[in-house]
Design a binder for this molecule. Structure first.
Ligand code: GUN
Ligand code: ZN
Length: 485
């Protein structure tokens, strides 16, 4: 059943059929994905087939689609061309309660920004009803920019976290969440300081027992000590032990800002450096995601690599708060496991495409200003960081992160036509530009560019707020994207 959509000035230049809400279905579109083997696959006229369990049953060029799978008739493919289907984006670092302050406090140093803009905001989440209202909107906001997996911090209040998990359960997004733990400085003014550590551990453990692995692993728990400035050595150690005992993730911030780093050195004089604070607590390892890691020494870098610890790269936040520019090429060369994070509201935008764009500009600036010799990443490298590499950081690379048979169907449908520069002029000029570019085809607009790197470049550098039209997790459509039409 195809509902044809009306084209309006603010929507897509192309009419699209209504998108399927649940599996099984098959989509015909341009398909762009990194592959497990390390390449990029691009099908100009491709089909992705999703089985009734929400797994990718087949993907490839439309002309090669098998006429029948086993004894089943193939599901008719819904023709979405020229939409682009990609794997859903993976956001490795975000703060759910902070979305209302997105874009506030640019250029403040981290510790001032936290005190002025963030702690007063998070304190409002002692009201579970307020939290319950915001959480569904936050998940819609993530999905609207193409994020289908998010690793996020909540606030310190257990009731607000319960509301956030329930909202994620209902929304359908893939979410790993954790109650923020703070026992050295906290914004919870009503808390009994003598029991703060025990209570935080108990509440985290209860939330973890209830939600870690829920809905066959779609939801997960991350034990979440905020950072070394707000946590005692006891809390860091006990929280790491809790994560190890339960198999949950462990997430915190590291080496984000010079003032923060100096404060950690003052609070933990026995530690060799910032990374060593977490190492001594037993916090390093493959289930750990450290946000930022902008200013690592060679020793810290080597220790993270050796221990298999992961990093969430949050360049939009790092420039918004003037924290610094990660030496990404040096880290990648050392073999550090890295994916992308929005860090909203440290980053002003929940979009991972936006984080990629700021990251690309920042790395170009490093190269020219510092004379670094490594080549900068191209658009397809950034797409990989924001999808498959992020999935691998979470240990989910065998399940999501790319569009390959056997994986779960976490997909997004994007209208790249909305990203064309000077859209109306582009359409009008299409007939006059024959031979003007390497991928130009006479009589077609730039939207028809059939080079995957050009398409990725447009999504990253010319984003449109409505370009993500649909998002699916395990083949189930989630709310947030602009929809077809
Ligand atoms: N370090 C500790 N807490 C935070 C936070 O909420 N945002 C950022 N960007 N850094 C932090
Ligand atoms: Zn953060």
């Amino acid at each position: 059943m195809l509902a044809s959509a009306t084209v309006t000035a603010s929507s897509s230049p192309f009419p699209h059929p209504a998108l399927p809400d649940r599996p099984p279905f098959a989509l015909r579109a341009r398909i762009l994905t990194p592959t497990d083997a390390g390449a990029t696959a691009f099908h100009r006229d491709g089909i992705v087939e999703v089985d009734s369990a929400g797994r990718i049953a087949w993907v490839g060029p439309a002309e090669f689609r098998p006429s029948a799978a086993g004894d089943r008739e193939p599901v008719p493919a819904l023709d979405l061309r020229p939409l682009v289907i990609m794997p859903g984006l993976v956001d490795l670092h975000a703060h759910l309660p902070q979305l209302p302050n997105a874009g506030l406090g640019a250029g403040l140093d981290l510790l001032t920004w936290l005190q002025r803009y963030i702690f007063p905001l998070e304190r409002r989440f002692d009201d579970a009803a307020a939290a319950a209202e915001l959480a569904p909107a936050a998940f819609r906001a993530f999905a609207s920019v193409g994020t289908t997996t998010v690793l996020a911090y909540g606030a310190v209040f257990a009731a607000s976290m319960e509301g956030a998990f329930r909202a994620a359960e209902r929304h359908g997004i893939r979410a790993i969440l954790g109650k923020v733990m703070m026992d050295r400085i906290t914004y919870d003014e009503g808390i009994d300081r003598t029991t703060i550590l025990d209570r935080s551990l108990r509440e985290s453990e209860e939330l973890c027992a209830k939600w870690h692995g829920a809905d066959e692993g779609r939801l997960g728990y991350a034990v979440t000590p905020r950072f070394a400035v707000s946590c005692t050595a006891d809390m860091l150690r006990e929280s790491a032990a809790l994560a190890a005992r339960t198999g949950a993730w462990w997430q915190t911030h590291v080496s984000e800002d010079p003032g923060e780093i100096a404060e950690v050195a003052r609070l933990f004089p026995e530690a060799r450096d910032y990374v060593d604070v977490y190492d001594r607590a037993g916090g390093l390892g493959p289930r750990t995601v450290l946000a930022h890691a902008v200013h690592l020494s060679d020793r810290e870098l080597a220790r993270l690599v050796e221990s298999g610890t992961n990093v969430a790269h949050c360049p939009a936040s790092n420039l918004f708060l003037a924290s610094g520019v990660m030496p990404l090429a040096r880290y990648l060369e050392a073999g550090l496991a890295i994916g992308m994070g929005s860090d909203v509201a440290g980053g002003p935008d929940p979009s991972i495409f936006s984080a990629m764009r700021v990251g690309a500009y920042a790395q170009s600036a490093r190269r020219t200003l510092l004379g670094e010799s490594q080549p900068v990443l191209g658009p397809l490298d950034w797409i990989r960081l924001g999808t498959l590499d992020g999935a691998r950081v979470l240990g989910l690379g065998d399940r999501i992160g790319s569009i390959e048979a056997g994986k779960e169907a976490d997909l997004i449908a994007i209208d790249a036509g909305l990203t064309a520069p000077v859209r109306h002029a582009d359409e009008a000029l299409a007939g006059h530009l024959e031979g003007s570019g390497p991928h130009h085809h006479p009589g077609r607009t730039f939207d028809s560019a059939d080079d995957p790197s050009d398409i990725a470049s447009r999504l990253i550098f010319r984003p449109h707020p409505d370009m993500v039209r649909g998002a699916w997790v395990r083949g189930r459509r989630v709310e947030g994207p602009a929809g077809a039409g």
